[in-house]
Design a protein. Structure first.
Length: 117
């Protein structure tokens, strides 16, 4: 499975960005897709995830501002980020997990999001 993340960039606080993650390869094995981020000097953290069945979840720090969506037919997942804050600055990674896997099995290359104050 290959994952290609895109859509990062520089935006002012309060602005919006939409990240995309396109999956290819043995995608039938994928159950959960998720967005993670790693800010400078910090550990990577999960932002949110989407299951093949349609359920989604987001961490509290982005609830009400970010939305995850997924189109299984297009093998694509999106992260709509609104009301961005400087603390959202990070490299955002998409990842995928196989059914029954305890951790994410596949990772994309990351896309940088920079939010200026």
């Amino acid at each position: 499975v290959q994952l290609q993340a895109s859509g990062g960039g520089l935006v002012q606080a309060g602005g919006s960005l939409r990240l995309s993650c396109a999956a290819s390869g043995s995608i039938s094995s994928i159950n959960v897709m998720g967005w993670h981020r790693q800010a400078p000097g910090k550990q990577r953290e999960l932002v949110g995830s989407s299951s093949s069945g349609g359920s989604t979840g987001l961490v509290d720090s982005v609830k009400g501002r970010f939305t995850i969506s997924r189109d299984n037919a297009k093998n694509t997942m999106w992260l709509q980020m609104n009301s961005l804050k400087p603390e959202d600055t990070a490299v955002y990674y998409c990842a995928a997990r196989k059914l029954g896997s305890p951790s994410y099995d596949y990772w994309g290359q990351g896309t940088l999001v920079t939010v200026s104050s």
